[in-house]
Design a protein around this ligand. Structure first.
Ligand code: NAD
Length: 436
């Protein structure tokens, strides 16, 4: 299914200021832990603890009523060691320097885990887009773009959509950069409309990537796709594409849910019929769907239902200390960003539940962003089949490398993924040396 905005990896936005400070503290603590395990040189560790560049801008916008409002925006580049920086731009009232900084570092690790030649960045404007008209949003985007223009560009830093931004936002950014430079610069952002240098397969890429790593995990477990049941929390862009792809691969999708509630059918749900229903529903919801053998369940029940694989694909912090012990799935594939709290992670690890971490599981979006940029740079566009083949090769390879790392080091996949990522960035930095 192709619906919803195309997003770069995202993380919590509903968190309080304290939680957002925690996110930066958390990512730093994780880096420190990994640095110790990898016996990282203290100088390299120190470099990685600091974002390379942080830009804060004031964004004045003439509102539709003629008044001027000034918004605050950020673009933070954590690392360009492995290539140009890459990361989304989000519009949200909770956007803060600390949150954007943490998300930029996470992008460095995410790009390194899937071994695409990018560093990490993130940007955002503190605003409530629901209060802004389309013309105000366009003016905000264009002004913000001109203010971060000195540090972005196809070989420097390539933004993409994130929370509350979409293909239209990217089109405004491309147009602004192109007007300022007197030439059309398609490779300056990804997640663009398909008719404006976007890539085939980009919208479904994250869900497809989730399905690909799930199928690799099942291979490692010696388990056939047809004998595997899967439950998916969240039936939006990522969840619906993951469920549809896994269903196509032969898995039994026994549970799905969204903000309107959930459905469970131990015999397997009729995913094509559900997709037709959701496509017709005005809010694109599961609400009102019925089929023989399916029972209505709550979101809480979906998380603890009888299933082999659980795919949280909705919000952050869904699997917590209070429900981790009740989760019956033996495998969890994190399609959402940060769906498992640290406490729940420890409980599940102790119980032997295998978790494919978010930075690997949902990296399909940034992988196809990379493929979009490659197509823009070479001015030659591929059919969806070719994009999907390349996505598959990268996701399968990355899964196997993370798996090997976690087996060799005898650590959970989450730690294995981070170790692989930090090691790749550190190795590149060692080769480059510290300038001058
Ligand atoms: P989306 O808005 O298209 O879908 C979100 C879904 O979650 C909807 O079906 C919504 O009804 C459901 N939902 C909301 N609240 C819920 C609740 N309390 N319980 C159950 N379901 C609920 O968003 P998306 O693009 O599919 O993103 C989903 C997750 O994946 C987010 O965590 C996002 O950060 C992450 N992610 C997305 C991408 C991408 O390319 N879209 C990339 C990386 C990570």
């Amino acid at each position: 299914m192709n619906r919803g905005n195309i997003e770069e990896p995202r993380a919590p936005t509903t968190a309080s200021e304290a939680t957002r400070r925690d996110l930066w503290d958390t990512v730093l603590a994780e880096l420190d832990d990994v640095a110790q395990r990898l016996n990282l040189d203290p100088g390299i560790h120190a470099v990685l603890r600091h974002p390379e560049r942080e830009l804060t801008v004031a964004v004045p916008v003439v509102m539709d009523d003629g008044q001027v409002k000034v918004f605050t925006g950020y673009r933070i580049q954590h690392s360009s060691v492995r290539g140009p920086c890459k990361g989304g731009i989000r519009y949200h009232p909770d956007v803060s320097l600390s949150e954007v900084r943490a998300l930029a570092m996470l992008m460095t690790w995410k790009c390194a885990v899937v071994n695409i030649p990018y560093g990490g960045a993130k940007g955002g404007v503190q605003c409530d887009p629901r209060q802004l008209s389309q013309t105000e949003l366009a003016r905000l985007t264009r002004r913000f773009t001109t203010q971060i223009m000195p540090i972005i560009g196809p070989t420097r830093d390539i933004p993409a959509p994130d929370v509350n931004t979409n293909a239209q936002t990217m089109a405004w950014i491309v147009d602004t950069i192109s007007m300022m430079q007197g030439q059309t610069v398609l490779a300056s952002v990804t997640g663009k409309p398909i008719h404006l240098g976007g890539s085939a397969g980009r919208v479904a890429a994250t869900g497809r990537g989730v399905a690909l790593v799930t199928s690799e995990l099942l291979k490692r477990q010696g388990r056939g796709l047809a004998e595997t049941s899967v439950a998916v929390q969240g039936y939006g862009n990522v969840g619906s594409n993951a469920a549809t792809t896994l269903h196509g691969m032969g898995c039994k999708i026994v549970g799905v849910s969204d903000v309107s509630g959930g459905l469970y059918n131990p015999q397997g749900l009729d995913i094509p019929a559900i997709n037709q229903h959701v496509a017709r529903h005005p809010g694109h919801l599961l609400e009102g769907y019925t089929e023989p053998g399916a029972t209505a369940i709550s979101n809480a029940e979906l998380l603890t239902c009888e299933t082999d694989v659980l795919i949280p694909a909705a919000l952050e912090h869904q699997i917590r200390a209070d429900n981790a012990a009740d989760i019956r799935a033996k495998m969890i594939v994190e399609a959402a960003n940060g769906p498992t709290t640290r406490e729940a992670d420890a409980i599940l690890n102790a119980r032997g539940v295998i978790i494919v971490p978010d930075i690997l599981a949902n990296a399909g979006g940034v992988v196809v962003s990379y493929l979009e940029w490659v197509q823009d740079l070479q001015v030659l566009f591929w059919e969806e089949e070719e994009v999907n083949q390349r996505l598959r090769a990268i996701m399968v390879n990355s899964f196997n490398q993370v798996w090997e790392m976690s087996q060799t080091m005898a650590v959970p996949m989450r730690l294995g993924a981070l170790m692989l990522a930090v090691d790749r960035v550190a190795t590149a930095l060692r080769s480059r040396g510290i300038f001058p």
